[in-house]
Design a protein around this ligand. Structure first.
Ligand SMILES: CC/C=C\C/C=C\C/C=C\C/C=C\C/C=C\C/C=C\CCC(=O)N[C@@H](Cc1ccccc1)C(=O)O
Length: 667
């Protein structure tokens, strides 16, 4: 109840008011409570934001894959680095340009293939490398591991390049520049293809050639696929490689574990406030759509122009599309984890923002919008790439045509994109010409070994950079491989500042000699690190009956068979131990059980120099408790190689089915 005169006001000394208002005590108390509650909430929020920022944890946890602190690299003397760089220079000189799907530089591509065979003779000659030409120009290699591998992987790159564009804008000849020293004092390999994507083709070949020359046959089988028309969508190259590879995998009883293709890179200074370079691994890729825009008007004499020409109508539509962008999807795709993973490496102010995206996602989305590069990770982009109309200066044309290229965010969908296009260009005919959807998001949690293999290899060459998963904003050949594996990563370790990103398909494409050397080492380390996770095909599946186990043990004791437990070179489990175990547990089983050694839980091997051929812990490291931990009803081992047992043993009476394993029969 308000009172009329201030003299009647019962103003408490603890009042929020000055004592001159008309409020009752009750109202004042209520107002005080509300104000203090609001203040308390704000203070609590600020505190929560600060505490969250102060306690931000690194999200990527590095898995030990081997010699983490002391990785062994390819030898890289100054001379070797120079020779490798020169080979990339030579590769760039082949004008393997893809102008369109029907206009490829096939002669240059043939010469480029011959060049690869000439400068990497050893790998092309190696017993463990098989080369298969695909559709004449693309190249598929199978590198046979020392172990019969169930889970090979694929390294991809492409040999074609986009045209140089405006030649006059290039500082040096895009196909004949060689190595040039730039104003920053660094040596650069210059030219079209230096970072897209001949550095990867040559980098992979260099690493493999080195392994062949140094007799470092990998344990794990892998494949290399080089497409010849990636820049025009890969329908002749990667699509065909994929078909052949699928068949090869099937024939060999293999399943592709993961693949690595070009894509994102190491990027620095892209987000103000994050002052470390980011190893940005593309874990998903945008979709693609090409849209035709057609406007019509009257064709008349230019002296009496229509109120609206076809060109004017189209121009309005296109301008609207640029002004009213496709909506931000921030928080619905991998971009949110890009920022979450980067957050612990930000300034404290930025940590408060990135560490509290529940509160600041709108702010962050607006900040990303400030640059076209950062904006591209949060929305479907709209690029007007072709605009045509008119044939003569004094004729108003009846038709105007434009082409828009969308890259579709994984959380967006084509129908919504087209609907907004039609709203924006409401007086224009909008026709979808071509599209494919965004990719699935490949897993990147810390226990995903393929992700760890890629990241570890990158960290070995860029130890100060921080890994982040993210969206690949352009497209790659990986679209054609999506049926082969769900673990697809897009990355090469090229170091880019924001101004360098414009060199992709732009002017003055280049890679420094120093970074190219890291590219080569990255692929080498990847081939080494990948050996950590070789899954080996069974060499035998033997059904063992308890009485046979007894008999086997007796014979074994009498024989001079040397148990592999004493053999440091061996990855074999102590046969006797497995047999005893199988006997003890036979009560839990049906009348027999299979033994497949490779299913023993794997442990990361801390000392790679003691690594066994299989990548599994050496047999002598498998302790009693490991056996106890093994599920008795599960298959244990394929590593009871019949051929290493005493020759006079005649234990196994195998049925034809038992003799068959992994698509082949024991001889
Ligand atoms: C913290 C992160 C913030 C921001 C992200 C940082 C950078 C991203 C910004 C820009 C990326 C710029 C360039 C593109 C990136 C990489 C290029 C590498 C490969 C591109 C391959 C390519 O050019 N493909 C072609 C052809 C093609 C078309 C359709 C299907 C397959 C291939 C293309 O995408 O047009």
């Amino acid at each position: 109840m308000m009172r009329k005169h201030s003299s009647h006001i019962e103003a408490g000394s603890s009042s929020c008011c000055s004592g001159t208002c008309y409020c009752s005590k009750k109202v004042k108390v209520t107002i005080c409570v509300v104000i203090w509650t609001v203040i308390a909430v704000i203070v609590a929020l600020i505190l929560a934001v600060i505490i969250k920022a102060a306690t931000l944890q690194e999200l990527f946890e590095r898995m030990e894959l081997g010699a983490r602190d002391d990785p062994v690299f390819m030898s890289a003397t100054e001379q070797e680095i120079l020779e490798r760089s020169q080979r990339l220079v030579d590769a760039i000189s082949y004008r393997t340009i893809s102008f369109s799907g029907t206009n490829l530089s096939l002669e240059a591509m043939t010469d480029f293939g011959t060049f690869l065979e000439r400068v990497f003779p050893n790998l092309h000659d190696s017993d463990f490398v098989t080369f298969t030409p695909i559709n004449t120009y693309s190249r598929l290699y199978r590198i046979e591991g020392t172990e019969k591998t169930l889970n090979p992987y694929l390294l991809c790159a492409h040999m074609d390049v986009v045209p140089e564009g405006d030649f006059d804008l290039w500082t040096h000849d895009p196909f004949d520049a060689g190595i040039v020293t730039e104003s920053d004092g660094q040596d650069y390999i210059f030219g079209r293809g230096a970072i897209d994507d001949k550095h990867a083709v040559l980098g992979i070949m260099e690493a493999l050639e080195y392994k062949v020359v140094n007799k470092e046959q990998p344990k794990r089988t892998f494949y290399i696929g080089f497409g010849h028309d990636e820049e025009v969508s890969g329908y002749l190259g990667a699509a065909e490689i994929s078909i052949t590879l699928e068949k090869m995998l099937k024939d060999n009883g293999e399943e592709l574990d993961f693949l690595l293709d070009e894509g994102m890179f190491v990027v620095a200074d892209i987000i103000p406030g994050i002052n470390v370079p980011l190893i940005y691994i593309g874990v998903a890729e945008k979709g693609w759509a090409v849209v035709d825009l057609d406007a019509e008007g009257d064709q008349v004499h230019s002296s009496t122009p229509p109120l609206e020409s076809s060109i004017g109508i189209l121009a309005h539509g296109v301008a609207n599309m640029e002004d009213n962008k496709q909506p931000s999807m921030f928080g619905k795709g991998p971009e949110i984890d890009t920022l979450r993973y980067a957050a612990p490496h930000a300034t404290f102010l930025l940590k408060m923002i990135l560490g509290n995206l529940w509160l600041f996602s709108g702010l962050v989305s607006s900040a990303l919008e400030l640059s076209s590069q950062t904006d591209s990770i949060q929305r479907t982009t709209t690029a007007v790439t072709i605009f045509n109309a008119g044939v003569k200066e004094n004729v108003v044309p009846s038709q105007a045509h434009a082409v828009v290229n969308h890259r579709i965010h994984p959380s967006d969908n084509l129908e919504d994109v087209l609907e907004l296009d039609r709203e924006n260009a409401d007086r224009v005919k909008v026709t979808l010409r071509d599209s494919f959807p965004p990719s699935e998001v490949s897993s990147y949690s810390n226990d995903v070994i393929p992700f760890q293999i890629v990241v570890n290899s990158a960290l070995e060459v860029f130890p100060d950079a921080k890994p982040v998963p993210g969206l690949m904003v352009a497209n790659t050949d990986t679209f054609h491989y999506k049926n082969l594996t769900d673990k697809i990563y897009r990355f090469t370790p090229v170091y880019n500042l924001p101004e360098d990103i414009a060199r992709f398909h732009g002017i003055d494409e280049r890679i420094s000699v120093d970074i190219y050397s890291k590219v080569v080492q990255f692929y080498y380390r990847l081939m080494v690190n990948a050996d950590f996770d070789v899954k080996i095909a069974p060499t035998a599946q033997v059904e063992v009956k308890p009485e046979e186990v007894e008999e086997f043990l007796e014979i074994l004791e009498e024989s001079d068979y040397e148990s592999p437990i004493n053999n440091t070179d061996s990855n074999l489990l102590p046969l006797t131990k497995v047999m005893e175990e199988s006997d003890e547990n036979s009560a839990n089983e049906t009348d027999s059980h299979l033994m497949i050694l490779q299913d023993i839980p794997e442990e990361p091997n801390e000392n790679p120099s003691n690594e066994t051929d299989s990548g599994l812990p050496p047999s002598q490291d498998i302790l009693e408790e490991d056996f106890d931990a093994m599920p008795v009803n599960e298959t244990y081992s394929d590593m009871l190689p019949l051929e290493s047992a005493p020759k006079d043993l005649d234990l196994y009476d195998l049925t034809p089915e038992e003799e068959t394993f992994s698509n082949r029969t024991i001889d």
